[in-house]
Design a protein around this ligand. Structure first.
Ligand code: ZN
Length: 254
């Protein structure tokens, strides 16, 4: 481990344009469980009789709004979650001019909370919400307030309602069956294409579109930091099988 930390420190020192690509493992170290994990699947099926992928799909949102919000609010929202050492280390590297962008599959907004500015959120963010009818933006606390979730008769529901027009408020999160945002994808592709170092952490690189995006990297050093093997291990210049927060925290002195 010590030798690998030194190797990573040298790679970072020699780089001027680092991009970090992160998956669920970055968030789990802030105690945000991965809903796609075996435990996540088991819990969802036990309580709702449905898989997370089904309940987080566009068609399920349209047909079962109350259950969608029940699952969503109880399994994807962690209002007390704090940035961990991985988030803090990446924010530090950006402030030092080393890191140019973060591309993330997570939707919790913890990178921004840690101070990162250039963040491409492939799957959106739970922090942003919009009225589906008039477009009015709402923050997370608004949609979590029971007083903002009523139907036309004033009966309490879990469905957040726009205070301006009475429309349904939808999270800016990419649901299954929905397309990723073109601008976000393009920004991520440009950042990865121009990077001299790509650090991939906390992802096994099987979730779409992770694997495809990695192929845009043509820089010098590909670094993989993950607890288990990935299909890209053979392409990496450095592989560290460990927790992402621990590794980046140590390298950046956090
Ligand atoms: Zn509205």
């Amino acid at each position: 481990m010590r030798k690998e930390i030194e190797q990573l420190a040298k790679i970072i020192n020699d780089s001027n344009s680092i991009v970090f690509f992160g998956g669920a493992g970055v968030s789990t170290e802030s105690n945000i469980p991965d809903f796609r994990s075996e435990t996540g699947l088991y819990n969802a099926v036990q309580k709702y009789g449905q898989s997370p992928e089904t309940m987080l799909s566009h068609s399920f949102f349209n047909g079962h709004l109350e259950t969608f919000y029940d699952y969503y609010k109880n399994n994807l929202i962690y209002t007390n979650a704090k940035p961990n050492k991985a988030h803090l280390a990446l924010a530090k590297l950006e402030s030092e001019g080393k890191l140019k962008a973060i591309v993330t599959q997570n939707i919790d907004g913890l990178h921004q909370l840690a101070g990162s500015k250039a963040v491409y959120e492939l799957h959106g963010s739970v922090l942003r919400n919009n009225c589906m009818r008039c477009g009015e933006p709402y923050d997370l606390s608004y949609i979590m307030q029971p007083g903002n979730c009523k139907d036309k008769e004033g009966i309490k529901t879990l469905i957040p309602v726009c205070k301006k027009c009475g429309g349904t408020v939808k999270p800016d999160v990419v649901l299954y069956e929905e397309c990723l945002d073109d601008h976000v994808i393009q920004g991520a592709v440009d950042a990865i294409s121009n990077a001299d170092t790509l650090i991939v952490g906390g992802t096994s690189l099987v979730v779409y579109p992770a694997a495809g995006l990695i192929n845009y990297f043509h820089g010098k050093s590909l670094v993989l930091i993950n607890k288990s093997q990935t299909q890209y291990d053979h392409k990496a210049n450095l592989i560290i099988y460990d927790a992402i927060g621990k590794v980046l925290g140590e390298v950046c002195g956090i």
